[in-house]
Design a protein around this ligand. Structure first.
Ligand code: PEP
Ligand code: MN
Length: 293
């Protein structure tokens, strides 16, 4: 039996330590649509931090990787300016996806620079992009989060993160976070049509790499009525944080309108996760389950 357990690493985002025990709560719209739309989301996040003590961050898509060309593609730099404006007003830390090489320049702009950047699932096996973004992330002292490609095995996911790690070299600890966002499975009628949250894979990646892992409870479930259960399950299984899509008018959101939750629901979710009903979901002590061979 081989059980490679890597030393757990802690990643610093501004004043937030990820992987030190207290989960981070990262929430925000699938796509940034307007400044007034962000305000209630940020108010909810700040309230969550105040009530629960959880560290919070604002996420928002600005250059969206959309399946269809006619879908809303995001506001680009203007969307990032809106996130930066919310940071300026409230001090909240911000995170965006870097979808292509042309967006790496956001990291070079001091006033706009996000506090965390992530590589989205579609690019989760785009090793060239990962290397290029990671180089600038290291130069600008910005942590990078690698979302799992929805078709990637755990070793392919860790392999992709290894390309980011290379940017930091051997002597400095790379500032990498992993994100489990659901993988595609199928059934006989509908091959590859279903997404499942792979908590076993999350655990394996966490144990083998030592990187903190955040679970995206929205894209992994695709339904707002599943977000709470997925969030509790993820944390009970040792996730280092959550990513949740929150929108001020979720039903009318321009993207992912069936999975985003309202600011009020986000506050309720945060209250629940810090005080979950454990009788509903017994904790699994994964460390007792060795890897196979
Ligand atoms: C996102 O988080 O905005 C997103 C598009 O998710 P994913 O890359 O996991 O599909
Ligand atoms: Mn989305």
């Amino acid at each position: 039996m081989s059980t490679e357990v890597a030393k757990k690493k802690i990643v610093t985002i501004g004043d937030i330590l990820v992987g030190q025990g207290q989960p981070i709560f990262m929430g925000g719209p699938c796509t940034v649509e307007s400044l007034p739309g962000l305000e209630p989301v940020v108010e909810a996040l700040i309230r969550i931090r105040g009530e629960t003590g959880l560290p919070v961050m604002l996420r928002g898509g600005v250059n969206k990787p959309r399946t269809n060309a006619e879908s809303f593609q995001g506001l680009g730099r203007i969307g990032l300016e809106m996130l930066a404006e919310m940071r300026h007003r409230t001090g909240i830390l911000i995170a965006i996806e870097i979808r292509g090489e042309e967006h790496i320049e956001y990291l070079r702009d001091r006033s706009l620079r996000p506090d965390l950047v992530w590589i989205g699932s579609r690019n989760g096996l785009n090793q060239d992009l990962i290397s290029k973004v990671a180089l600038v992330a290291r130069e600008t002292d910005t942590p990078i989060m690698i979302k799992r490609h929805w078709g990637a095995t755990v070793s392919e996911w860790l392999g992709a993160a290894g390309y980011a790690e290379g940017a930091w070299g051997e002597t400095t600890q790379a500032q990498i976070i992993l994100c489990e966002r659901g993988i595609r499975i199928g059934n006989l009628e509908n091959p590859f049509s279903e997404t499942i949250l792979d908590l076993r894979g999350m655990w394996e990646a966490q144990i083998k790499s030592g990187w903190p892992i955040i679970v995206d409870a929205s894209h992994s479930t695709k339904r707002r009525d599943r977000v709470e259960t997925a969030s509790i399950a993820a944390l009970e299984h040792g996730a280092d944080g959550l990513m949740v899509e929150i929108h001020s008018d979720a039903v009318n959101a321009l993207s992912d309108n069936n999975q985003q939750i309202s600011p009020r629901e986000a506050i309720e979710l945060a209250r629940t996760i810090v005080n979950p009903d454990r009788s509903r979901m017994p904790r699994v002590d994964w460390i007792r389950y060795p890897f196979g061979n």
